[in-house]
Design a protein around this ligand. Structure first.
Ligand SMILES: [Fe+2]
Length: 272
């Protein structure tokens, strides 16, 4: 009786992309719909991520960030790109379209293209590491960012994958663990991955500092209506809806986009 009543609590787990995905819910939602569904919604199909064969990659570097901000703020930041031109000088050099401020996760299947003179996804645009063999021609020289709600970011570039997991530890504090994954022989051969790692490490530091600076304002009761979203942030509005739906709350109407906006409003994206 003691073992069954007071033993360890069972949790639902699933292995995918080389990681163990844990769900604490008593009745876990469908992994295919929730987790793989988020990848499909972003990339257009599940096959696109298989090209990177993430489970076969090795961890070349891991950084753990202790961020003094709510996890939802980190998601909102990751999903929009107004801030890119002003706080990510290195990233916008490599991905010039990010300087336009359009969200990378706005258009299904679209990956941001490397700048013409850029050789690799590195802090100075210098040559990267060996390309992952399965990466398709139309995925080469492109960066794809995926938000897997609620806690994972997956960043795909031709020669590595940057994999974030967020652990909310308080209402205003989140631990973010971030892995840089390379082909096993790249890691085993002690090749220098520092310029490769440095690009997104700086992006992380820049983003998390921005989140920390925003947290005090969001802690205010005046922020209770969820802030104001412009049309191009419709996908952030959708994230608010998702959170409210999960929590069974529906009080943040003021956080809706000012107009329908989005691809359905007839405007074409700045690039394909
Ligand atoms: Fe950012």
């Amino acid at each position: 009786v003691g073992r069954t009543e007071y033993g360890l609590a069972p949790v639902a787990t699933r292995e995918w992309l080389g990681y163990v995905w844990v769900c604490l819910a008593e009745n876990p939602p469908s992994f295919e719909e929730d987790v793989i569904g988020d990848v499909v919604a972003r990339l257009g199909d599940a096959e696109a991520i298989e090209h990177y064969d993430i489970a076969s990659l090795s961890v070349g570097k891991r950084f753990v960030y202790d961020v003094k901000a709510n996890w939802k703020l980190i998601i909102e930041n990751f999903m929009e790109c107004y801030h890119c031109a002003t706080i990510h000088p290195e990233l916008t050099e490599v991905l010039p379209e990010f300087a336009d401020g359009f969200a990378a996760q706005y258009y299904v299947g679209h990956g941001a293209e490397f700048g013409e003179a850029v050789k690799g996804f590195t802090v100075d645009g210098s040559e990267g590491l060996d390309r992952i063999p399965g990466v398709a021609e139309d995925q080469d020289r492109r960066y794809y960012a995926i938000t897997v709600r609620p806690q994972v970011f997956i960043n795909l570039v031709p020669d590595h994958v940057i994999f974030h997991r967020m652990y909310p530890v308080a209402v205003d504090r989140t631990v973010v663990e971030c892995d840089w994954l390379y082909l096993p022989h790249v890691v085993d051969s002690d090749k220098d991955v520092s310029r490769s790692v440095e690009l997104f490490h700086r992006v992380n530091q820049q983003d998390f500092e921005a989140c920390e600076r925003t947290q005090p304002g969001m802690s205010s009761r005046m922020y209770a209506k969820g802030g104001v979203l412009v049309p191009s942030e419709h996908h952030i509005g959708a994230f608010h809806d998702w959170v409210n739906e999960r929590l069974g709350t529906r009080r943040q109407q003021a956080g809706r986009p000012l107009s329908p906006g989005g691809p359905s409003d007839g405007r074409s994206p700045p690039r394909p």
